[in-house]
Design a protein around this ligand. Sequence first.
Ligand code: SF4
Length: 69
Amino acid sequence: MECRIKKNLEDCPCTYESCERKGRCCECVAYHRQNQELPACYFTTAEEKSYDRSIENFIKRRGKVAWKD
Ligand code: SF4
């Protein structure tokens, strides 16, 4: 499968422009997952700018647990 980095970059809402994982969604998800976080695309524009990607922040913003195990 061909990497879709160009398309991913067009759609990526992350404002942390210097991140080496930007557009590399598989690396982005893995990085945040290992830190018990979620990628920028799980947050609204305003939330994303806080750079608080914690699962706790996501749940707090949504008011409920977002997924099942
Ligand atoms: S969400 Fe995190 S890993 Fe992904 S591009 Fe933004 S800062 Fe980098």
